[in-house]
Ligand binder design. Structure first.
Ligand code: UTP
Length: 290
């Protein structure tokens, strides 16, 4: 029952970032100097994940190349004596054979994208990471969830409180608190209006799921926005198995949204000693104009 595989759905159209996403997956957009997908892949390996499964669509080539060796760049860096950079790009390439790619031929929704990985995952619990949910925290969220899973042995999603007016952007929970940072999910609804929402507790893009979910995803039932939604399949799973929510500690940025993406860049850039002071000076100068 160890969580060894992680699915990364990266086949969405990213329409909110057009034209940047016309020929490139949104997950390849950089936050400071790393594509957002790399943050999520690093988080997965840190949590002990052994196999990365990308469900891709357009922009596949850039993503595949990013996680592969580039002899041309390595040679140039070696020649120029830039050993730090050389080490960095060599280290970001996972061990041969640990990445698997499959393709979602049509962007029918997140639930459908995950279902596309069913044969690669097989009959074992697996993680799902949505790279556009970037989380700044001392304790990487997936590592914490894997620890909780080892004890609870049930499906789980990362959750956080959102503003009541924002519930129509998330999967929202009806849940009961069972530990300081764990809730037991009683029901869930995808993108409810603030009036319909049973709470302001929202699901964020980190999951550990039991393989039974594939059966319900396979029904291909359309939900909110006419898409095959993961939340709808989890709702059916709930009738048979418990699902928990992990209330993580940290700041979450929605990099699928233009403002959220800029905030992520600023927050992560302020953690970099080499650029921090210049940015603070700039922010103070800009602030004077408001
Ligand atoms: P979003 O809801 O952000 O959709 O997907 P999107 O298409 O990427 O972006 P917009 O709304 O058009 O700007 C959440 C995650 O699910 C993946 C996306 O790649 C993203 O990681 N996804 C979504 C798929 O892989 N396939 C789909 O059919 C839909």
């Amino acid at each position: 029952m160890k969580v060894k595989k992680a699915v990364f759905p990266v086949a969405g159209l990213g329409t909110r970032f057009i034209p940047a996403t016309k020929a490139m997956a949104k997950e390849m957009l950089p936050v400071v100097d790393k594509p957002i997908i790399q943050y999520a892949v690093e988080e997965a390996f840190q949590a002990g994940i052994e196999q990365i499964i990308f469900v891709t669509g357009r922009g596949k080539k850039a993503l595949e190349d990013h996680f592969d060796r580039s002899f041309e760049i390595e040679h140039a860096l070696e020649h120029k004596g830039k050993s730090d950079l050389l080490k960095q790009i060599q280290e970001l390439v996972p061990k041969t054979g640990t990445i698997v790619y499959t393709r979602q031929n049509q962007p029918l929704g997140l639930g459908h994208a995950i279902w596309c990985a069913r044969d690669i995952v097989g009959d074992e619990p697996f993680a799902v990471l949505l790279a556009d949910d970037l989380i700044q925290t001392d304790k990487p969220v997936l590592s914490e969830m894997v620890k909780k899973f080892d004890r609870l042995r049930a499906s789980m999603a990362a959750v956080m409180e959102v503003e009541k007016e924002q519930t129509d952007k998330y999967g929202i929970l009806d849940a009961t608190c069972v530990e300081d940072d764990i809730v037991r999910i009683d029901d869930m609804i995808e993108k409810p209006s603030p009036e319909e929402a049973p709470s302001n507790l929202a699901i964020i893009g980190r999951y550990i799921l039991m393989p039974k979910i594939f059966e319900y995803l396979g029904r291909r039932k359309k939900g909110a926005g006419g898409e095959i939604q993961l939340t709808d399949a989890m709702k059916i799973l709930l009738k048979e198995q418990p699902i928990f929510g992990y209330k993580f500690n940290g700041k979450r940025f929605d990099c699928g949204d233009k403002a959220g993406f800029q905030m992520a860049n600023l927050a992560f850039a302020l953690e970099r000693p080499d650029i921090r002071n210049r940015l603070i000076k700039f922010i103070r100068d800009v602030e004077k104009d408001f």
